[in-house]
Design a protein around this ligand. Structure first.
Ligand code: KG4
Ligand code: ZN
Length: 365
């Protein structure tokens, strides 16, 4: 029997009614950038499996993610990654209650692979489909160990493509209160690593180099934008590092080739300190503004130890102190656990997508 598209949409909408009491197993799928990931999570917090196929080796020589290469690699990886996630979780398809997929924001041709896989499984297995915002999912990864944080909370999502602040009062509708107006923090880490000829991805490489450096060696600019602004700008600091290495007119020789490892370490440490100062200041400003009782942090850059410890100090020193919840390190960078975890809340609320679901590059609302 061949279903017409409208019939298929109808089918996906009516067959699925949220279960009331039993455990809910959700298969999450993530392909927004350069990680192909799938996971099975029960009731939003019990991780049955998590599989991530990273493409960083493919993009290393370009110093950033090449969308076409990412998309092709997702196509190759998606089936084995989903299969492995289901096998590791030791569940069969009948005990999966819903298929969740990150459909925005990200690289459209990369998102398309995950969305197509999720729609296909939803149709074939007759399971509800749940659309997930990738940034909201990063936020959810900070809540894996604590499902009921003291509210309101302020959430910092700091990744390769985004730097955002949210007023968080419910998993279903975090309110965007600040965003980057140019380069995201992770992007600045990656670009500065390229300038310093450090490996890709740049964040972990800069953090490692910075361990031996002096964070006060060079006073790089800390862009706060207008007074009281909760937006971020990191392109200035990236340019400052470039000028430091190549001269103001960019006509000087690239000094990086002749620098000692101590000099590289000082640049890495000074750059990292400047970016983290801005992230911490803005997060605490936002926390003060909304009277946050909890600070949530997620996204790839949240794996950075200095960011974690500086935020902890500021949360402890605040009056009254704020609870800091940072995503576990393995769930800071892109993964599907965060997708399946957030989908549980949408499942409970009956917020299902249908087969007209499309990938979207941008999701700022
Ligand atoms: O969340 P993510 O995996 O992908 C996006 O959604 O963008 O974040 C990747 C970003 C990269 O820019 C990477 O350099 C950065 O996170 N990153 C770090 C660290 N680990 C990853 N940045 C600073 N310190 C780290 N330890
Ligand atoms: Zn991400």
């Amino acid at each position: 029997m061949v279903l017409r598209f409208t019939e298929a949409v109808f089918l996906t909408n009516i067959v699925f009614m949220a279960k009331k009491n039993d455990s809910i197993n959700i298969l999450g799928i993530e392909t927004s950038c350069d990680e192909t990931a799938a996971a099975v999570v029960t009731d939003g917090h019990t991780i049955k499996s998590s599989v991530v196929a990273s493409q960083s080796k493919l993009h290393e020589r370009y110093g950033g993610v090449v969308p076409e290469i990412a998309s092709r690699a997702h196509i190759e990886n998606i089936y084995p990654v989903i299969t492995e996630a289901i096998e590791k979780a030791q569940v069969d398809k009948d005990s999966i209650d819903a298929i969740a997929v990150a459909n925005q924001p990200g690289l459209t041709i990369a998102l398309m692979v995950g969305v197509t896989a999720a729609k296909t499984l939803s149709l074939m297995w007759e399971k509800p489909l749940i659309a997930i915002d990738h940034l909201h999912a990063h936020l959810q990864s900070a809540l894996l160990s604590e499902q009921n944080p003291l509210l309101p909370a302020v959430a910092l999502i700091v990744s390769g493509g985004h730097t955002c602040l949210y007023d968080y009062r419910s998993p279903l509708k975090p309110e965007l209160i600040g965003r980057c107006i140019d380069d995201a923090a992770g992007e600045a880490f990656d670009k500065v690593a390229t300038i310093l000829k450090l490996p890709y991805p740049g964040g972990p490489a800069i953090e490692k180099a910075a361990e031996k450096g002096n964070p006060d060696a060079i006073k790089f600019p800390r862009s706060m934008l207008e007074k009281d602004s909760l937006d971020f700008s990191f392109s200035g600091i990236k340019t400052a590092v470039l000028y430091y290495c190549r001269g103001q007119d960019m006509k000087g020789e690239n000094k990086v080739d002749t620098m000692t490892s101590e000099q590289i370490a000082d640049i890495a440490a000074s750059f990292q300190a400047a970016v983290i100062d801005v992230l911490v200041e803005k997060t605490m400003l936002a926390a003060e503004r909304i009277n946050a009782r909890t600070v949530l942090v997620g996204g790839g850059v949240a794996a950075n130890n200095k960011l974690r410890s500086d935020l902890q100090k500021r949360c402890d020193a605040a009056t009254p102190p704020k609870k800091l919840l940072v995503a576990p390190k393995q769930y800071c960078t892109d993964n599907a656990v965060m997708v399946a975890s957030l989908a549980y809340h949408k499942y409970k609320a009956g917020l299902f997508a249908d087969l007209t679901l499309e990938p979207k590059a941008c999701s700022y609302q």
